[in-house]
Design a protein around this ligand. Structure first.
Ligand SMILES: [Zn+2]
Length: 91
């Protein structure tokens, strides 16, 4: 299958290092990072990664910081929640 060959080529730089599990995870992450994502502002699936953690929507033109591989990370949501609870409990 041509598809399989292409996926192997993506991780050629790794050689036999890191093991097949990590290489498979890398492929999953890279594939996720390269596809278009839903824009948090206009809701259109037109967000593409500009560089690590920087995302740009081709529809409405908004540029925002997000996760390294996905625009919105679970970690980011948790962090925001923690910041909120911290600032409210300060007084
Ligand atoms: Zn947008």
């Amino acid at each position: 299958m041509g598809r399989k060959t292409k996926k192997v080529a993506m991780t050629r730089g790794f050689g036999a290092r890191y093991g097949v599990t990590l290489r498979k995870r890398y492929i999953k992450v890279v594939t996720e990072a390269r596809r278009t994502h839903k824009c948090p502002q206009c809701g259109v699936e037109a967000v593409k990664r500009v560089s690590v953690g920087v995302w740009n929507c081709r529809k409405c033109g908004v540029t925002f910081a997000g996760g390294a591989y996905t625009p919105v990370t679970k970690l980011g949501v948790v962090a925001k929640r923690q910041v909120k609870s911290l600032s409210s409990s300060e007084a």
